[in-house]
Design a protein around this ligand. Structure first.
Ligand code: HSE
Length: 314
């Protein structure tokens, strides 16, 4: 019998990962968004329910990242039927944890299953990127790729898209420090320098290559040396109070390094063990307590599963 309703989950993600502006990302465990898609007799796509967004997300199909992604897929399939979308946000908006990407990816996973899997998982990426274009003006893939595929992902090239899954070293843990501020990606992209010096390009390339090599070799010291961003971080970190203090404190505590998660304000910290990931979370808590700025903290292994189907209803 044909499925009538499918619900999917897609996780939070850390994009950029310091030196990999727009080209590196990884997925986080447990945190994420759920989307249910139901077949309807009425042609077209409608967003019928949004929960957990404090009323901030649009219901208009042309503006909502779930429906935009689904419409791009329907266009490719020339599918003229009707679909209704229910979105359950688990991720805060404007946090830098890939909130719009998680919604779009969960919506695509659910729709693909509902329609009998016309696409392989990785082929859903271009549709998800269309939703990023709506969300922030740039069709970047460093959140949607790990949200869909899980693990650590490199976007080697955008035209044509070439997405490379990377190795995830054993014992690698991530701490996410989410200060209660909202930074939208459009604004955070607008503060970036348009031109990069030869010196900075060389430094950044070396660090990206070092990070990728460090992941494959499970070389924590090399990963640590490579977590250095000379392109985006200098312009963006000034928007995040406490960033420099957290950065200064975590390495003596045994962490590998930190960076801005996506376009911020969330700070991600990579550690070589779960114990150190918790230790640096306490350190970050102290920094923000002193500023009386509330934060949320998450400690997670790297999620290697990515998006998945939760439920199929007949
Ligand atoms: N690479 C994107 C940016 C990620 O830094 O603007 C946004 O989450």
């Amino acid at each position: 019998m044909e499925k009538q309703k499918v619900t999917a989950f897609a996780p939070a993600t850390v994009a950029n990962v310091s030196c990999g502006f727009d080209i590196l990302g990884f997925a986080v465990e447990d945190l994420g968004d759920k989307v249910a898609v139901t077949l309807s007799d009425k042609p077209g796509v409608r967003v019928t329910k949004i929960e957990g967004d404090k009323g901030k997300l649009p219901y208009e199909a042309e503006k909502n990242t779930c429906s935009v992604a689904i419409m791009a897929m329907m266009k490719e399939l020339d599918f003229k039927g009707g679909l209704e979308i229910e979105l359950f946000k688990g991720l805060p908006l404007g946090s830098g944890m890939g909130s719009s990407a998680a919604s779009a990816v969960a919506a695509l996973m659910a729709t693909n299953t509902l329609l009998g899997n016309p696409f392989e998982k990785k082929d859903l990426l271009p549709f998800a990127m269309e939703s990023e274009r709506i969300a922030c003006g740039a069709a970047h893939a460093d959140n949607v790729s790990p949200a869909l595929l899980g693990g650590f992902v490199l976007i080697r090239e955008y035209h044509p898209l070439d997405v490379i899954p990377l190795h995830v070293p054993r014992g690698l843990y991530c701490t996410l420090v989410h200060p209660h501020l909202v930074l939208n990606t459009f604004d955070s992209r607008s503060v970036l320098r348009r031109n990069v010096s030869l010196q900075d390009a060389t430094t950044q390339s070396g660090n990206i290559a070092g990070l990728v090599a460090g992941l494959f070799q499970e070389d924590m010291a090399l990963i640590s040396r490579s977590l250095n961003d000379v392109i985006a971080e200098p312009s963006r970190s000034v928007l995040i109070p406490g960033y420099d203090e957290v950065k200064e404190g975590i390495k003596p505590a045994g962490a590998l390094g930190c960076g801005i998660s996506g376009s911020g304000p969330t700070i991600f910290i990579l550690s070589p063990s779960e114990e150190i990931a918790w230790e640096v979370s306490r350190l970050a808590q102290n920094v923000f307590d002193k500023m009386q700025l509330p934060i949320d903290l998450y400690v997670s292994a790297i999620n290697t599963r990515g998006a998945y189907i939760i439920e199929e209803e007949i």
